[in-house]
Ligand binder design. Structure first.
Ligand code: C2E
Ligand code: CA
Ligand code: CA
Length: 306
């Protein structure tokens, strides 16, 4: 097509809803066609999308999650459960990992229901402040190291080091920040800078979460200044039967030791897994075999504070 000799390039998007499966009346059909159109736009140009139940389910769960997050912030429903980790050799309690939940009356909502949406929402700032405050208060009260999982946007926020400094004055024990390898590798230059700044603080440690599942770019590992490598649950759970998985765990332990990093194995559920990991020289162990994530009252009992 052309207009006064100027060629015009037309792009289109389409959303289709079909009577009667996708709607019983015009209004419903139009709504669902609009939803399909939105999905088509997300996928690129010249795409026509048919409405389907999967799209509807996704959108519905997003709406529910958003409602849940807003409610949690308004009514202070975010809580942490704390999962202990132990010295592999002595079985001594060494610290806790904080794992977020939303507690709405008697119902507990787990991160898989809301963490992705939270991460991409405007509520992230409020959540980050709450999380930092909460965890640093607990480090002081319990006098134990605690780890905090950081999302990509939180980690990349240039305000983070300053904000962390504000919360970590007079910290008696370590605050460990857990970031995934993937997150770090998205932009190694920026990540390196942030980590260098964070590491100025003697009570902050950095742990690479789910290690082995990302790109595992070994050439960058030496620049990460990580203190801890966390061996992913998938290796821990398959290594008993899968020789290759076991070899990966052994390699991670050897590598960590050579680079003066510590190792934590997550998701340890059986005595055999524990024994293998201990024999391989893993430093710390975490998993249901020893302890599940627990509410703070239970931690207080465990520590003899209640
Ligand atoms: P993750 O950091 O890898 O945490 C480990 C997950 O495995 C937790 O699930 C924990 O409850 C579970 N787990 C611990 N031991 C065992 C075990 O022996 N067997 C099995 N099968 N599972 C075990 P959870 O609490 O549902 O958390 C899921 C993910 O959500 C976390 O994975 C983390 O990526 C994210 N997450 C949790 N809390 C936070 C948070 O405060 N901030 C951010 N950004 N992400 C969080
Ligand atoms: Ca973690
Ligand atoms: Ca993990």
């Amino acid at each position: 097509m052309s207009l006064d000799e100027h060629p015009l390039k037309l792009h289109f998007h389409g959303g289709v809803a079909i009577y009667p499966d996708d709607g019983e009346n015009f209004k419903e059909l139009l709504e669902n066609a609009s939803i399909a159109l939105k999905e088509a736009k997300k996928e690129g140009i010249n795409i026509i999308k048919l409405f389907n139940k999967e799209i509807e389910k996704n959108i519905r769960s997003k709406i529910i999650a958003e409602h849940l997050i807003r409610k949690a912030l308004d009514e202070n429903l975010f809580i942490f459960h704390y999962q202990p980790y132990f010295d592999a050799k002595t079985k001594e309690l060494k610290g806790f990992e904080s794992l977020v939940r939303i507690k709405d009356k008697d119902k507990i909502h787990y991160p898989n229901e809301f963490i992705d949406l939270l991460e991409n929402s405007n509520y992230l700032d409020d959540f980050r402040k709450w999380a930092l405050y909460e965890v640093t208060q607990k480090i002081k009260r319990w006098n134990k190291p605690i780890s905090l999982n950081l999302s990509a946007r939180t980690f990349k926020n240039p305000q983070l080091p300053k904000e962390i400094n504000r919360y970590t004055q007079d910290l008696p024990q370590t605050l460990t920040l857990e970031v995934t390898e993937r997150l770090y590798m998205d932009d190694p230059q920026v990540s390196k800078k942030i980590v260098q700044e964070l590491k100025q603080h003697e009570k902050i440690k950095l742990s690479i979460d789910d290690f082995g599942t990302g790109y595992s770019s070994l050439s960058y590992l030496k620049d990460m200044y990580a203190d801890i490598l966390k061996i992913d649950i998938s290796f821990v759970q398959s290594m008993v039967e899968d020789k290759k998985a076991k070899a990966v765990v052994e390699a991670i332990v050897t590598l960590a030791r050579a680079m003066e990093m510590e190792t934590v194995a997550e998701g340890v559920e059986t005595k055999l897994q524990y024994k293998m990991l201990k024999d391989m020289g893993v430093d710390f162990i975490q998993g249901y075999y020893f302890a599940k994530p627990m509410p703070e009252e239970e931690v207080e009992k465990l520590l003899g504070l209640k």
